[in-house]
Design a protein around this ligand. Structure first.
Ligand SMILES: Nc1nc2c(c(=O)[nH]1)N[C@H]1C(S)=C(S)[C@@H](COP(=O)(O)O)O[C@H]1N2
Ligand SMILES: [Mo]
Length: 320
């Protein structure tokens, strides 16, 4: 491999052909090696002349602890291959997503908290210390990407919210605005998008609130201005464009669970040995390359998270 492999990440050399290595080296140079040289890419986040009020906070200092085994997915690839059903049930939603107004943007904290409150996104971001982390992302559809997210630990957001001890879960909600998000006109989906984590998961060091990507405020199609990253779980848990955090003692029912609980459950921890009812999860297609690599248990993050699921390993629901 081109980059020193972090513990727990090993991908057999045999799965990578020389062409792939060459391709990856090119991607690496074009992607990871030139995060600063983004001027040539289309400016997605704000219209011309409009400045993102948080732009001065980027690039955030990289936290070197979180390593990835493969090169970063080129920015352009990630910017143009997205799941964001609010803007359509296909991957080419990047243009449509530009219609989403991301200022002003209020975030509500309610439920079992000391005192419910609302906070403007810039006020929230500026209460936190931003850092950059290189994370892997594994979609339940068996593709994956790697991405330099910027943001802050979700633990810090939970601390700010001051949940009561009876709160066992945090329920998160995406905006609802069918006039700009045309996908939300499809009444057969249970809008708004909802996701949830246990408090233990939300305060795990890997759970990350994303505000930026590729060294600048995150593009709208990534879920600006606030999105979740829980890299040991399938991609649908990574809820985008969050407007509400509700602390509760009841396990939240997520968007996909409401649609098809047999295929998309609450836990959704990555496991190559547990197939989706309609396809294998053993390998994944790496976006921006021609390779497939084996999928790893907990997407390779077991050393951080496996303890939370002790005794649940045999339960099918842990993995779906
Ligand atoms: N609100 C909302 N969040 C969402 C989704 C969505 O459709 N709506 N799709 C999820 C899925 S299935 C994946 S794989 C990731 C995709 O993130 P990306 O487009 O940045 O790759 O977002 C997740 N978060
Ligand atoms: Mo996904």
């Amino acid at each position: 491999m081109l980059i020193k492999i972090a513990r727990g990440w090993e991908i057999p050399e045999s799965l990578v052909t020389p062409e792939d290595i060459f391709l990856n080296r090119r991607n690496f140079i074009a992607g990871a090696g030139s995060i600063a040289a983004v001027g040539a890419l289309p400016e997605f986040a704000f219209a011309a002349g409009e400045a993102d009020p948080s732009a001065d906070l980027y690039p955030a200092k990289r936290n070197p602890k979180y390593k990835i085994p493969l090169e970063l997915t080129p920015e352009k690839v990630n910017l143009t291959y997205n799941n964001f059903y609010e803007f359509g049930s296909h991957k080419k939603i990047s243009e449509a997503a530009q219609a989403l107004p991301i200022r002003p943007w209020e975030v509500v904290f309610d439920g079992d908290v000391e005192k419910p409150f609302k906070l403007g996104i810039d006020e929230l971001i500026r209460k936190m210390t931003l850092q950059e982390r290189l994370y892997r992302h594994r979609c339940v559809e068996a593709w994956s990407m790697t991405i330099p997210w910027s943001g802050f630990p979700m633990k810090d957001l939970v601390a700010l919210a001051k949940p009561l001890s009876k709160a066992k879960y945090v329920r998160m909600e995406t905006f609802k605005n069918p006039s700009v998000a045309r996908g939300q006109k499809a009444a057969w989906y249970p809008w708004p998008y909802v996701e949830g984590l246990t408090i233990e998961e939300a305060t795990n060091e890997l759970a990350f609130m994303v505000t930026g990507a590729y060294g600048k405020p995150m593009a709208k199609q990534f879920g600006a201005p606030l999105r979740l990253a829980v890299p040991w779980k399938y991609g649908f848990k990574h809820i985008k464009s969050i407007v509400r955090f509700t602390f509760t003692d009841k396990q939240p029912k997520s968007f996909w669970e409401q649609i098809q609980a047999r295929e998309y459950g609450f836990w959704a921890n990555v496991n190559p040995k547990v197939s989706h009812p309609r396809w294998s999860q053993a390998t994944e297609r790496v976006l921006g390359t021609s390779i497939r690599v084996p999928t790893l248990l907990f997407n390779g993050y077991g050393e951080y998270v496996a303890d939370m699921y002790k005794g649940m390993e045999d339960k099918q629901s842990t993995w779906m």
